[in-house]
Ligand binder design. Structure first.
Ligand code: F6P
Length: 525
């Protein structure tokens, strides 16, 4: 098979890139009076506009050819139908099944997983109602007021993002998230909680993750010191694939919510991993979030490639990464409640596509995932935007805005929106003349614009699913497995070895031991 960067489509794109150098982004934009309308695609309450992205119809045509050359339509079909596309771990990849609405069977190893999903969701809903409506009581008979989600990575970032983004839908319970192994995270959270009214949701697909187990054990000690060992069953529930380990921890089967191998941790918000979110916003809003994602799934599954929002979004990323040497993508949500979006997308994108080999293990010599970073507008404008506007790296940006924001004061909201559009304009058009050379902006810097009608469960579901599918398409074009994460294992192994009496193996041993000695508190040496 021809390597991606030797394919006719790739070569045509390289020629096209060279030809396009003669035209600036502002010329492209101003050259088409209907560009705003021509470059806009909408789905429900989400609008994607790429008018300020340095692409033309020809670029799209060639990028779509590249995607077809890599068999994107077949790959998409394989994912939806539950084929083993996570080839290294030999697993299906079925986060889409978790929000599927038509009830059509999806088979994995001869089993219809839709039935398992329904049963798990029913258990979540019943539990969430009991807790939210005060029927689930703590060991001393008091209803629950605080929920503490203990998890890390995919077992934390999604529900944390959604709980914060949907703040206006949170009622009744106070839901907290603890991820860091630094005890400050847990201790500062528990300072405001009364053990009698606190429920811990321990979320770990594997139930072997060191940080999560450390925090879960410390939380259990905090609880049992106050209420005794028998209280654990009323104050701890778990979400995991590993029932043996959750039972060994002391969580009975009745308090356990299942997860499956065919859901990747970073794609798992829609499963029981979203239990703390459901406790925060209620089962109906959780369902609406899933429905929003399902609408994006349907669009991704059926829309023609050149009119397909996730496909185009992904291909524009490839255009910048592989043909313009863009090392990073800036995620710039103009909403305080989306401030965790950059962090969430860091895991989703970089853990999925930060890979050095193809699916069949051949070394890759083109670029894969960019650096994902970002901050909330307008905050980032007063820190790293200088670099976005005048730095020597050209970094495309995603601007994410909310059109109607009932939680924001109208005058503040106006400032957010005008700043967002001003930043997009400054990046695209620049400023050719300044009083001094320091005041010149080259412009010519691309961005995507994503507008949510409201920051509501449906729009948020669509937004997250949009990024999931974007990442899937990019991985498929780069011919990598986006669904494993072998690159995180070595660090875990070495950390365990450093804690063991044998330490790390030679030849790195002397150096690592020396660092450990330097880092060890003086009192412990
Ligand atoms: O170490 C990386 C990772 O495996 C992520 O992929 C995952 O989301 C996170 O750790 C947490 O894993 P678990 O849910 O098994 O605790």
């Amino acid at each position: 098979m021809v390597a991606l960067d030797q394919s006719p489509a790739w070569k045509q794109l390289a020629h096209h890139r060279d030809a396009m150098k003669l035209k600036s982004l502002s010329e492209i934009i101003l050259g088409d009076p209907r560009r705003m309308e021509n470059c806009e695609l909408a789905l429900g309450g989400l609008t994607f506009n790429y008018a300020f992205n340095a692409v033309t119809d020809e670029t799209i045509d060639l990028l779509v050819k590249l995607a077809q050359f890599q068999g994107i339509e077949q790959r998409r079909e394989q994912m939806f139908r539950g084929d083993t596309i996570n080839v290294t771990e030999k697993r299906a990849v079925l986060h889409t099944a978790l929000r599927q609405k038509d009830g059509k069977p999806v088979m994995v190893d001869g089993r219809n997983v839709i039935e398992d999903i329904k049963a798990a969701r029913a258990k979540m809903v019943a539990f969430a109602k009991d807790v939210r409506e005060g029927r689930w009581l703590g060991a001393t008979g008091k209803p629950i007021k605080h929920v503490v989600n203990i998890g890390i990575g995919g077992s934390d970032l999604g529900p944390r993002l959604a709980t914060e983004a949907l703040a206006s839908y949170v009622t009744g319970l106070q839901v907290h998230y603890v991820a860091n192994a630094d005890a400050f995270d847990l201790q500062s959270t528990l300072k405001n909680c009364d053990a009698e009214e606190t429920l811990f949701v321990v979320v770990s697909k594997t139930f072997t993750t060191q940080e999560t187990l450390l925090n879960a054990n410390s939380a259990r000690k905090w609880l049992t010191d106050k209420l005794g060992d028998a209280a654990v069953a009323q104050h701890f529930v778990a979400v995991s694939t590993n029932q043996k380990a959750t039972e060994a921890f002391g969580i009975p089967e009745s308090n356990m919510f299942p997860m499956w191998d065919w859901v990747g941790g970073r794609f798992s918000l829609w499963s029981a991993v979203g239990l703390s979110l459901m406790l925060a916003i209620g089962p109906e809003n959780f369902q609406k979030l899933c429905d929003g994602a399902a609408a994006m799934d349907d669009h991704f599954h059926t829309a023609p490639l050149a009119k397909n929002i996730p496909v185009l979004f992904a291909l524009f990323g490839i255009w910048h990464r592989n043909f313009h040497d863009a090392h990073a993508v800036a995620i710039l949500p103009y909403s305080e409640r989306l401030r965790n979006l950059p962090r969430y997308l860091q895991q989703l994108d970089m853990e999925s596509n930060g890979k050095p080999v193809t699916r069949d293990g051949k070394p890759i010599d083109y670029e894969t995932a960019p650096i994902i970073f970002g901050e909330c507008g307008t905050v980032g404008q007063h820190s790293f935007h200088q670099w976005l506007h005048q730095g020597s790296d050209i970094v495309p940006a995603d601007f994410i805005g909310v059109r109607e924001d009932d939680l924001n004061a109208p005058d503040h909201h106006r400032v957010m929106l005008s700043n967002m559009v001003a930043q997009m304009g400054a990046l695209a058009f620049g400023q050719a003349e300044g009083k001094t050379p320091h005041d010149v902006y080259t412009g010519n810097r691309s961005s995507n614009f994503i507008l949510l009608d409201h920051l509501d469960p449906e729009c948020l579901g669509m937004l997250i699913a949009l990024y999931e599918h974007k990442i899937f398409v990019q991985g498929a074009v780069w011919d990598i497995n986006s669904f494993d994460q072998p690159g995180v294992e070595l660090g875990k192994k070495l950390a365990k070895m450093l804690e063991s009496p044998q330490g790390t193996p030679a030849p790195s041993q002397a150096f690592m031991d020396a660092f450990m000695r330097r880092a060890t508190p003086k009192s412990k040496k």
